[in-house]
Design a protein around this ligand. Sequence first.
Ligand code: 1GP
Length: 230
Amino acid sequence: MLNFYRHIEAAVAENRKLLAILIDPDKFVEKETEAFLKSIPKTTSHIFVGGSTVENNQTEKTVKAIKGSTQLPVFLFPGDHNQITDEADAILFLSLISGRNPEYLIGQQLKSVVKLRNTSLEIIPTGYILIDGGKECAVQRVSNTEPIPQFEVDTIVHTALAGQYSGKKLIYLEAGSGARVPVSEEIITAVKKAIDIPLIVGGGIRTTQQQEKAYEAGVDILVMGTHFEK
Ligand code: 1GP
């Protein structure tokens, strides 16, 4: 049963925009959990936890601290299989479908199976598409894959559709953490128009104006990380 996913679908059906705040466990200080939760917008609907490289056990500690202080659903957004912990509610089971590195298309997924086959985590298949955010980002470095240039709108739309046709339940357009240029409204609108599954967008969103524009363009779940880091 995909309960957390159903909630997302219901929100999309009612045109309720969702906001996920992303925590990088390596930069999170557990004793500041309460202060952190107070600092994020009241409209936050999800907490995502993950990073491109995270020290072992740090994800679990972070998720436990967050779960102990909020009712918000906590989704894993793992950079690799070591970041999987049953303490969260759900996992974005990512495939980096913009890249051609088998390790991030199926390798890490295979390594996750031992942990996931008996998990209580809700597993949400997610097509992850890396788009050029104007500077080299951690995903690009770690996965050794090139982002799709923003002007290649058709390629991005086709990649999203290939994800949907492969059974992904979500499409995530990623400009990279701390991107100089967020995913353009043109891309968001074109992808949203083409796909029938919910659309997540993140990377480089800092201002309310950028948030509003992204929502207007068609984002269902907006992800913000760096802006709320200390
Ligand atoms: C990164 O999409 C997320 O994976 C969020 O990016 O840190 O730039 O908000 P920012």
